[in-house]
Design a protein around this ligand. Structure first.
Ligand SMILES: [Zn+2]
Length: 265
C-alpha cells in the first residue's frame, strides 16, 4: 500500500514538473524577451520631469528583489503573467517589459504609463499597463503578493478594452456594498483571480487564516470582513442566501440602503 502511495506521489511530481517545463517551453512564443518576463521598478519622485509615474529598476541581487521574485515565480503567478503578455500581444500593446511598480500608495492599482531609469538610461512607455503595489519586508510571511493577480486582472482588461467607452464609477468599492454594473463586472473579474491565487498558493491560505482568525479584534476589522467576503462569499453564495434585503415600501421615496453586509445579523 505504502509503495503505491509513493509511486503515486512520484507520478504526480513528475506530471507537475513536465507541466511547468511544457509551459516554459512555449514562453519564447509569448514573451518578446524570455529573460525579462517581469521587472521590478521602485518608485522615485519624477524622473526627468516625466508626466508618467517614474522609478528605477530594482537591482536583482537585492534581498527584497529576491523575495518578491521568489513569490512571483510561483507557477500560478507565472501563468497569469503569461496570460497578461498574451493580452498585450493580442492588443498590440507590447512596447516595454512587464512591470511590478513598488510604490508608497496604499492599496493596489492598475496603472498606465511609466518612465524607468536604469543606470544612465531612461525609458518611457506611455501606453504600458502594469500593477502598482506597496510591499514591505514584514508582508512576506503572510504573502506579500496575494492581491497581485487581482490587479493584474485589471491590467489585462485595460490592455484589451482600450476602445470601450471611458467610465468612472461613482460608487463605493467594497465587497459589502451595492455598486453599479461597471464596477461589479470589473471587480468580479479581479476578485476571481484573487480567489484562484488563494486556491493555488498554500502561503495565501495560511496568511488568510492568520489575518481572519476568530480573534475578536481581527474579525471585526472592516477591511478583514471585506477580504473574507471577497474570498468566500461569492463561492458559497452568501450574497444570495444570507443578504438582508430592504423592505419594499411604495410610499417611501428613500433609496434602498446601499451598504448592506451579507453576514446574517
Ligand atoms: Zn479591483
Amino acid at each position: 500500500m505504502k509503495t503505491s502511495v509513493y509511486f503515486l506521489q512520484i507520478l504526480i511530481l513528475a506530471f507537475i514538473m513536465l507541466e511547468v517545463k511544457a509551459q516554459k517551453s512555449y514562453d519564447h512564443l509569448i514573451f518578446p524577451d524570455t529573460t525579462e518576463r517581469i521587472i521590478l521598478v521602485k518608485a522615485r519622485k519624477s524622473v526627468d520631469k516625466s508626466e508618467n509615474l517614474s522609478g528605477s529598476e530594482l537591482k536583482k541581487e537585492l534581498p527584497t528583489s529576491q523575495k518578491i521574485m521568489r513569490e512571483l515565480n510561483y507557477p500560478f503567478h507565472q501563468s497569469v503573467i503569461r496570460l497578461n503578455q498574451c493580452s498585450r500581444n493580442l492588443s498590440g500593446n507590447n512596447d516595454g517589459p512587464n512591470v511590478l511598480f513598488l510604490s508608497e500608495n496604499q492599496g493596489g492599482f492598475p496603472r498606465q504609463g511609466i518612465a524607468i531609469q536604469s543606470d544612465d538610461n531612461l525609458r518611457e512607455y506611455p501606453k504600458l499597463n502594469y500593477v502598482d503595489l506597496v510591499i514591505s519586508d514584514n508582508m512576506f510571511e503572510t504573502g506579500a503578493l496575494d492581491i497581485y493577480s487581482h490587479e493584474l486582472g485589471h491590467v489585462m482588461m485595460n490592455n484589451i478594452w482600450e476602445n470601450f467607452p471611458k467610465y468612472i464609477s461613482k460608487k463605493q468599492h467594497v465587497s459589502m456594498g451595492v455598486t453599479d454594473y461597471y464596477k461589479a463586472f470589473a471587480e468580479g473579474w479581479g476578485i476571481h483571480f484573487q480567489r484562484l491565487a488563494h486556491d493555488q498558493i498554500p502561503l495565501y491560505q495560511t496568511g488568510f487564516a492568520k489575518t481572519y482568525n476568530y480573534d475578536r479584534t481581527n474579525k471585526l476589522w472592516h477591511s478583514n470582513v471585506d477580504e473574507n467576503l471577497r474570498i468566500n462569499a461569492v463561492l458559497t453564495n452568501d450574497y444570495i442566501h444570507r443578504k438582508l434585503l430592504p423592505q419594499y415600501n411604495p410610499s417611501n421615496s428613500l433609496k434602498p440602503e446601499e451598504h448592506c453586509c451579507p453576514i446574517k445579523i
